[in-house]
Design a protein around this ligand. Structure first.
Ligand code: AMP
Ligand code: AMP
Length: 337
């Protein structure tokens, strides 16, 4: 029965995991690739079919072909980044997830409203730069993957650094939270109503994660070094077990609130991007309402999915399992948005 539907995604980000998981659940798979990016999908043999496009506009043009193939699209960050939220909303191919959540997630102000209503702690925002009274991080709208953020230690430093961004008006100034970064991978099943924790990761970002390799003395001697946050990869993480009750509650509250703001709410995989302070406060600075690439280390499952499933269960496979269960129960419309 799963054979009737095919699982499709764009070849980047977490496509290897998504397609492998889908095959493990018995689906045929399609990988849509930019010309020249096919090799990994061939090397690991995760795609039954590879459709090559010249650019991402081409993706919009192959909709009819995907519909004929009976494909279900699994979105990931590269898909959203390359297509843009407006085009995603108009996309006619069956789509795993609630598209309406995109508006809440892609607008920083709406995202904050949602998460604050869900009771999450978030970094303080400085609407007026004159009020800066602590280290801050400034994020420009549309800066992707953390390129184009800058850190300032106080107001004077901020004013100095802003000189490099003359004319820029669309940015947010956030308190710089010092602590351990922790990306929490959740899954909410609309079929069972349950929240699952599938795992955690920490990111490996260039150049910020290499600054610790130079002594403070050398960092001062080289004043041109400014941290950047360009994502390069992800590492595994298991959290202190006593943090789990709070982490579970946070996920539950985010889902509960999402049902109020855009029914039927958030479902499938999602990620809270957090920093845990020395006082064990969990500060959330962002949400991703879909699979995150930090789940990639767990193609064979994480310690947490092992506890729950007793079989290899990646996030990609969990998505395919949800779709399979929905088909079996004749509730496919509950997982498509
Ligand atoms: P890419 O397809 O690698 O060019 O990625 C497109 C976007 O997806 C990037 O700009 C990032 O925002 C996001 N992304 C890709 N890989 C990762 C990763 N490993 N961790 C977090 N975000 C990622
Ligand atoms: P984002 O694009 O929001 O995922 O952020 C990219 C990176 O910037 C994160 O992975 C963190 O390393 C850093 N970052 C973002 N917001 C904060 C914050 N409020 N305090 C400290 N670091 C942050």
């Amino acid at each position: 029965m799963a054979q009737k539907y095919k699982i499709a995604t764009i070849g980047s980000h977490s496509a290897l995991q998504i397609l492998k998981g889908a095959k493990d659940e018995g689906f045929e798979t399609i990988c849509i690739c930019l010309k020249g990016r096919e090799k990994p999908y061939k090397m690991y043999n995760v795609a039954d079919k590879i459709i090559t496009i010249d650019n991402y506009d081409g993706f919009y043009d192959i909709q009819e072909q995907l519909i004929k193939e009976n494909a279900i699209i699994i979105p990931h960050a590269s898909f959203i980044a390359y297509m843009g939220p407006e085009k995603v909303e108009k996309f006619k191919v069956p789509y795993f997830g609630n598209k309406k959540i995109l508006d809440w997630e892609s607008d920083r102000a709406m995202e904050r409203k949602w998460l604050v209503k869900a009771g999450l702690k978030m970094p303080k925002i400085f609407k007026n730069p004159e009020e800066i009274d602590r280290p801050v991080i400034t994020k420009f709208h549309g800066a992707s993957g953390g390129a184009g953020y800058f850190v300032a230690k106080n107001l004077r430093d901020w004013q100095e650094k802003m000189k490099n961004y003359k004319g820029e008006k669309d940015y947010v100034i956030q308190e710089y939270v010092l602590g351990v970064h922790c990306y929490i991978h959740y899954f909410h099943s609309p079929l069972t109503g349950e929240i699952e924790i599938l795992g955690f990761d920490k990111r490996y970002e260039s150049n910020v994660d290499s600054l610790g390799r130079i002594s403070a003395r050398d960092q001062i001697a080289l004043p041109k070094i400014d941290p950047s946050y360009v994502i390069v990869g992800n590492m595994t993480l298991v959290v202190r077990e006593s943090l789990l009750p709070l982490i579970i509650e946070m996920g539950e509250n985010v889902v509960k609130e999402s049902k109020k703001i855009c029914p039927p709410g958030l479902f499938g995989p999602f990620c809270l991007e957090t920093i845990i302070t020395p006082d064990i406060e969990i500060i959330t600075f962002e949400i991703s309402a879909r699979i995150v690439a930090g789940t990639n280390p767990y193609v064979n499952g994480s310690p947490y999915t092992w506890l729950k499933y007793d079989e290899p269960m990646s996030t990609g496979r969990r998505i395919a399992r949800e779709i399979k269960n929905a088909i079996k129960e004749d509730k496919l419309n509950m997982v498509l948005g």
